[in-house]
Design a protein around this ligand. Structure first.
Ligand code: 13P
Length: 250
């Protein structure tokens, strides 16, 4: 069965005191039960502190990026082994900011996903179209091409470690959200695309998150859609109360 997931992507926003404070506040605000998995993605230098703070809580601390290389002369990069050595088992790959600002290619992202999966990690693989692609009616093929190039070399078994996050670029940090109908339409399309390649079982088991200006005020109606299995939250995850309110939308 696929899982409901609410993940906070803190991007490059929190130093050590802010990271510690935010995770402590989230822990304080946790309700007795949640109907979703809860994840937070601090910046690399603070993963270990956050991981330690999350022990014995339902929160999973995850990473925002990882190198596809095992080790060696890659100044500034962080390896899978390094992440795992501080307790991290899930990583976001292919965020639109990595694709667009840091020009990570489909090929590079495929290598990252493959390396992470082969080393037993779970991957939250992001996809999403630009506004121009939506306006010209190319959003479906843009997104499915990203999935095909990034993940279709994996086996059905390896797909058990994949979570998809549909994040339309025009909705990220803009305050403009895809309507619940637009999200559902894309998620359904993605699931069918995965089913055509790997069969219904794999497609039904993959969680597909929506990201892009999700807030506590719109989470309930977005998460209510049958193919939306949660959210990847940017800005609203930087406030413990609003993040927990989003998680309670399930
Ligand atoms: P916002 O929620 O700030 O729009 O960011 C979404 C996002 O990029 C999460 O990865």
């Amino acid at each position: 069965m696929r899982k409901n997931i609410v993940a906070g992507n803190w991007k490059m926003n929190c130093d050590l005191p802010m990271t510690q404070d935010l995770i402590a506040k989230i822990i304080t605000e946790l309700p007795d039960t949640l109907n979703c998995e809860l994840m937070v993605a601090p910046s690399h230098p603070f993963l270990y502190a956050a991981f330690n703070a999350s022990l014995e809580t339902p929160i999973e601390v995850i990473a925002q990026n990882v190198s596809q290389h095992e080790n060696g002369a890659f100044t500034g990069e962080v390896s899978i082994d390094m992440l795992q050595s501080v307790g991290i088992q899930t990583v976001i790959i292919g965020h639109s900011e990595r694709r667009n600002t840091f020009l990570e290619s489909d090929q590079e992202l495929a290598e990252k996903a493959k390396a992470a999966i082969e080393n037993g990690m779970r991957v939250i693989f992001c996809i999403g179209e630009h506004l121009e692609q939506r306006k010209t009616g190319n959003h479906f093929e843009t997104v499915t091409a990203q999935i095909e190039k990034g993940l279709f070399d994996l086996t059905a078994k390896e797909w058990k470690q994949i979570v998809l996050a549909y994040e339309p670029v025009w909705a990220i940090g803009t305050g403009e959200t895809a309507s619940p109908e637009q999200a559902q339409e894309m998620h359904e399309h993605i699931r069918k695309f995965v089913a055509d390649k790997y069969g219904d079982k794999t497609a039904q088991n993959v969680s597909i998150l929506y990201g892009g200006s999700v807030k506590s005020s719109n989470a309930t109606e977005i998460f209510a859609k049958p193919d939306v299995d949660g959210g990847l939250i940017g800005g609203a995850s930087l406030d413990a109360t609003s993040f927990i309110d989003i998680a309670k939308a399930f």
